[in-house]
Design a protein around this ligand. Sequence first.
Ligand code: NAG
Ligand code: NAG
Ligand code: NAG
Length: 440
Amino acid sequence: MWLSHRITRAIALAMMFAGSLAHAEEYLETEESVHSHPTVMDAWFNGKAEVYIQDGLFAKVFPELRRDFAEEGIIAYGWSMTALQGNPVGGRDQDFQFTNLTDFGVDFDLETIAGIEGLSARISGSSASGNDLTEDVGATIPVNAVFSGDSTRFFEMYLEQEWGDEQWNLRVGRLAVGWEYGLDYDVFTNYLSAAYRLNVFGLDANTPNFSVIPFANWGARLRWTPNENWKLQASFMNGSPQDFADDNLHGLEFDFQPGRGSFLIAEGTYQWSATEQQRRSSGRLPGRITLGTYFDTGEFDHLDGSGRTGRDVGSVYGIVRQKVWEPEPLTDRGVHVWSAVTHAWNESLVTFPWYVNGGLLWFGPLESRQHDNLALGFANGWFSDSLQGQSTESVLSASYTFYINDVLDITPNVQYVVQPGGRSNTDDALILGVLFYLTL
Ligand SMILES: *[C@@H]1O[C@H](CO)[C@@H](O)[C@H](O)[C@H]1NC(C)=O
Ligand SMILES: *[C@@H]1O[C@H](CO)[C@@H](O)[C@H](O)[C@H]1NC(C)=O
Ligand SMILES: *[C@@H]1O[C@H](CO)[C@@H](O)[C@H](O)[C@H]1NC(C)=O
């Protein structure tokens, strides 16, 4: 029985969460509700885990401590994701797995601490554990964006300098490309499958140098946000994250490897936001479009297994999102639709030359539950012709996020994977699961 003792653990875990939930609600009653959830959909995401001093478990348990440190310019943050998923139907074999990933760090506001205008720093780490249901399903696209091996790792470490009225921003150090590129944070964080969360999967699937949580590598990123409509950014990265994906290295593989090629990425976003007047009179709604490209001059193995290697991998991508309906003017509630496409080369070296996904996100579907959301998605990846016997893999997904409080979100999820691994002899898989998202 694939359920067996694992279900007992699931129940124990759920009870643990329910316990912490009851506590969290108690804490909440002592404070006015000050959270900002979901984030305002037309604000720029600043490329790191969002920190609200008043949110999260620590803020509830030690409110003064957290505020006092923040006033001194030291902001600790953290979040933890736990996914419980099983595939009762289809895939390679039927199983049920748990996995979790915790990310924690400290931001130093060096303007407050040392009087250096516009300078800040971050240092962070992560802890991952659990098992990978993706293997049981036989899928190439991970069935959750949580599983990251079994290791405690060093993650980011960077300095960030802002200048010119906050229009310019330079970040240097150990960075994760995926925090800043190929994502629409407010939208993608409502999904569980890595087909959508946190980045458009066609980007990180094709080169490990498009580093994603919990991996970082050496690099620098320059960003220009001349006004509220435009954001342009570019990065140079070095050092192969693949080297320290190894659980035993704990993210401490710090070699700078100029000889091993360069990873260059650039992205531009334009967003249209309507004024209050326009939204009231014409019902004009916000949206945005992102276009980007990357080049990787590193050496890659041929996918045909011949042992040959090749150079120069690249990709272009686009993401578009539009709010299509709101129940009343100027509310965060309403329906957004989005879609993304990636095209990559060279086909003998990249797994997915084409990848398309998209979905619908309904914030506050019920008047009485304004901070919940419904997220629907579809994704399709076309495998390289060099991968014999693999054609396309598709993922359909539906999630509903129950916003419990500013400490906990619970997201039940259903996925249907058509042709896992692109292999017609693997049965389509039905995956049922739930994601617990805890803000620490
Ligand atoms: C999740 O993380 C916690 C804390 O690190 C750990 O105690 C627990 O065993 C993990 N659960 C699984 C299923 O790996
Ligand atoms: C990117 O990854 C490949 C293959 O994993 C590696 O050989 C290459 O050197 C890496 N590129 C950079 C810039 O580190
Ligand atoms: C793809 O890369 C391989 C290996 O470097 C090379 O032999 C082939 O000509 C390349 N194909 C294209 C279309 O550039």
